[in-house]
Write a protein that binds this ligand. Structure first.
Ligand code: AMP
Length: 273
């Protein structure tokens, strides 16, 4: 496995190869969710590039940028063992300059849900994803469905800026008890870890209510809120594929999204209905 930290060196190197490139951007502290993206990329591309970059511009003031889990050595091993061809480990100073051209996320869909409580977060996400995609120029780039709003906005960016990459969506990997895997799960105490199960349990209930014929989004989210109580809820909503709100679930075209705070940790999850 090649490890490259300089963006221009990586870009030049990749330009010499005339092969399909699968790209998996991450912020490190790799878990099995990340590995499923890597596996998917390996299956369909001649080479796989993984980036590890804790992107400062997507963290708001006072958020967990400084304490975000970093496991560079373990992550390098994991990538090597997973058959990654190139690990891109850039430094912030090589990605950002002082006076930046920036990408702005859409004014409505970028400032609802997670973007409402973290205004500007998605500007940072789209800016860095744009830069990374331009450096790597992958054939296919892999993103998790767990971060549904992020995935939606990345797909919008690629479509609206007429970018050439294929965005591939990968299913959410869960622990055996249903908790969606996340680098932030390490922040949870034993007690909080138990409380966090209310998230997947509320989603399962939504799914089972729909299976039994309940289609009122208000009715479903009310019960979900009861299950999630007393956790601090940022949102529990049911939207369509284009992220518009729905009064009635449209089976196959509806996603239920949840974000809560467990202790000091924000956790999000979702399920297609
Ligand atoms: P992160 O390192 O948290 O920025 O995540 C990097 C990529 O992995 C993003 O596309 C995430 O959506 C994806 N990802 C994170 N957690 C999971 C999971 N549990 N299952 C599948 N993909 C995930």
């Amino acid at each position: 496995m090649k490890i490259i930290s300089n963006p221009l060196e990586l870009k030049k190197y990749l330009q010499t190869l005339n092969v399909t490139i699968g790209f998996v951007p991450t912020m490190g502290a790799l878990h099995e969710g990340h590995l499923s993206l890597i596996k998917e990329a390996k299956r369909n591309n001649a080479i796989v590039v993984v980036s590890i970059f804790v992107n400062p511009t997507q963290f708001l003031k006072g958020e967990d940028l400084d304490k975000y889990p970093r496991k560079d050595d373990a992550d390098t091993k994991v990538c090597e063992l997973s058959g990654v061809d190139i690990l891109f480990f850039p430094h912030a100073k090589d990605i950002y300059t002082e006076d930046e051209v920036s990408i702005l996320c859409p004014k409505v869909r970028g400032f609802v849900l997670e973007g409402f409580s973290r205004p500007g977060h998605f500007n940072g996400v789209l800016t860095v994803v744009n830069k990374l995609l331009n450096i790597v120029s992958p054939t296919n780039a892999y993103f998790g469905k767990k971060d549904a709003q992020q995935l939606h906005l990345i797909k919008l960016m690629v479509e609206q800026l007429f970018m050439r990459v294929n965005i591939i969506e990968v299913e959410t990997m869960r622990e055996n008890d249903g908790l969606a895997m996340s680098s932030r799960n390490v922040y949870l105490s034993k007690e909080q870890r138990k409380e966090a199960l209310k998230i997947s349990s509320s989603l399962k209930t939504a799914f089972s209510m729909v299976s039994k014929g309940e289609l009122s989004t208000c009715g479903i989210t009310k019960i979900m809120r009861e299950i999630l109580s007393p956790l601090e809820i940022f949102y529990v909503v049911i939207l369509d594929r284009k992220f518009h709100t729905l009064k009635k679930v449209e089976i196959g075209n509806s996603i239920v999204l949840v974000e809560v705070k467990v202790g000091e940790t924000r956790l999000l999850d979702n399920m297609w209905l």
